[in-house]
Design a protein around this ligand. Structure first.
Ligand SMILES: Cc1cc2nc3c(=O)[nH]c(=O)nc-3n(C[C@H](O)[C@H](O)[C@H](O)COP(=O)(O)O)c2cc1C
Length: 440
């Protein structure tokens, strides 16, 4: 029997992925205060590159140094760092895999400790723990500038040695927020109909393709649904896929949800604004697979699905059924950098699973099942923090610490974010004053 996971996959741009496994984008938080790549990123990606996945996606790299998803993001925005990008790309391709840089603008989902000047299609604030400022509505000339910045960042990635880029248009960040009628209330050419809401993504893709040429891989990450009442729906998604069919997209990654409805991680958000999760979605290991099957019917480009894959059987079924061409995996790579290699060699059939709960004693109020929204969020942050800290450990050459509690992870998460943000803001002030970043 042929091992479907080990089959190479040819992309429309002419490049070939050596197998069907992809390490999905995971924010690393390992940039220096000037938002440049670091030796820790080299160590991390060298380990992942040697770990056997055919495609590695970087965590989101920002095209605007002022509006970050997290203070430790890498950015490509008048902050130097080209040599550091080259070293990162070299380390991340030692295993003969593809390495694509995920390009993003955080939009309104940039926390206050990064900036109070968030940007969005319309002035609609993200109402989460008071941690997000009311965004300013973008002017058209700024939208056009950001389109060119996506292209510029992609050219920089190519010159530095990355083998492709992925444009992040999922999870509620800037491009994704343009797609949603809840966050995009514009009445100009960039809002209203789904064709108008998708214009920013389409134009960013076109400008990027024009800048990098036809032989360089460009992927897109798109929500199957925002799972938000009145938001970007599955019907909208299908229409965007139709529009993208006319472009040369090498790989469309299917995900879902936003900060308000974090379905990308399999979590439920505030129930009052949520669309109910379908029963079929709950029953499947990969929670966006039934959406992918619908998307497959209209999509002409290759598809990848990310979210929840943990077993060999689940991954093989998804590929054999034709629902997707590539399997995206995130969290399993945070505790086992060699997971893909071991899966392909037949040594394991399942990924590690860690579902840590922020718990003090046995109180159900302090768990993911808590009916109190604030505690639910704390639990989610504790779990995210737990994965962030594993990634940091890997970058420092250490093994994952799977015994760490989610409560400790939550405390360290706050500490790390705030101290990194303080260093980053100081460096940003220096850059804004015209200073050159110091030699690394
Ligand atoms: C620690 C962590 C960081 C993440 N950072 C990003 C990111 O930078 N960009 C992105 O598109 N998705 C990001 N995600 C979402 C993952 O790419 C993926 O969609 C999600 O983890 C579900 O896949 P999994 O169930 O295999 O982990 C992140 C997820 C985790 C756990």
């Amino acid at each position: 029997m042929t091992d479907v996971l080990a089959q190479p996959f040819a992309l429309p741009c002419g490049a070939t992925l050596p197998n069907r496994l992809c390490k999905a984008a995971m924010t690393e938080g390992l940039a220096d205060p000037w938002l440049r790549a670091t030796p820790e990123l080299q160590t991390l990606y060298r380990r992942w590159s040697e770990g056997g996945a055919g495609l590695l996606l970087t965590g989101n790299v920002q095209i605007d140094r002022n509006v970050l998803e997290r203070p430790g993001n890498v950015a490509i925005d008048r902050n130097g760092g080209f040599e550091q990008l080259k070293a990162w790309a070299e380390a991340g391709t030692v295993g003969g895999n593809h390495l694509w840089m995920q390009l993003s603008h955080a939009g309104r989902q940039s926390p206050r400790y990064v900036t109070n000047h968030t940007l969005a299609p319309s002035s609609v604030r993200l109402p989460l723990l008071g941690n997000y400022a009311t965004p300013r509505e973008l002017r058209e000339d700024e939208i056009l500038d950001f389109i060119q910045r996506f292209a510029h960042a992609a050219v920089t990635a190519r010159e530095a040695g990355f083998t492709g880029v992925q444009i992040h248009s999922a999870h509620g960040y800037l491009l994704s927020s343009f797609l949603s009628p809840v966050t995009n209330m514009r009445t100009d050419a960039w809002g209203g109909s789904i064709e108008n809401r998708a214009r920013f993504l389409l134009e960013a893709f076109r400008a990027t393709r024009k800048a990098v040429g036809t032989d360089f891989a460009i992927g897109i990450k798109l929500n199957s649904d925002d799972f938000r009442k009145g938001g970007f729906s599955n019907e909208d998604c299908l229409r965007v896929v139709e529009l993208l069919n006319d472009e040369s997209v090498d790989l469309l990654e299917i995900s879902g949800g936003t900060y308000e409805q974090p379905k990308l991680l399999g979590f439920e958000g505030r129930s009052s604004s949520a669309e109910p999760t379908r029963q079929s979605t709950r029953l499947r290991e990969a929670y966006f697979l039934d959406y992918a099957e619908k998307i497959r019917k209209v999509a002409k480009m290759p598809l990848m699905v990310t979210g929840g894959f943990r077993t060999r059987a689940g991954m093989e079924d998804a590929l054999n059924s034709g629902a997707c061409d590539v399997i995206g995996l995130g969290r399993p790579f945070c505790t086992d950098t060699d997971f893909a290699k071991r899966l392909l060699a037949g040594e394991v059939d399942e990924a590690p699973r860690f579902e840590k709960q922020v718990k003090i004693g046995e109180s159900r109020w302090l768990s993911g099942a808590s009916p109190i929204f604030l505690l639910k969020i704390m639990n989610l942050l504790g779990q995210q923090g737990w994965y962030y800290q594993q990634i940091m450990r890997l970058g420092h050459g250490l093994d994952a610490d799977t015994g760490r509690s989610a409560f400790k992870a939550l405390m360290l998460y706050f500490w790390d974010e705030l101290t990194t943000a303080s260093r980053m803001r100081k460096a940003r002030r220096q850059l804004d004053a015209g200073a050159q970043p110091p030699a690394a």
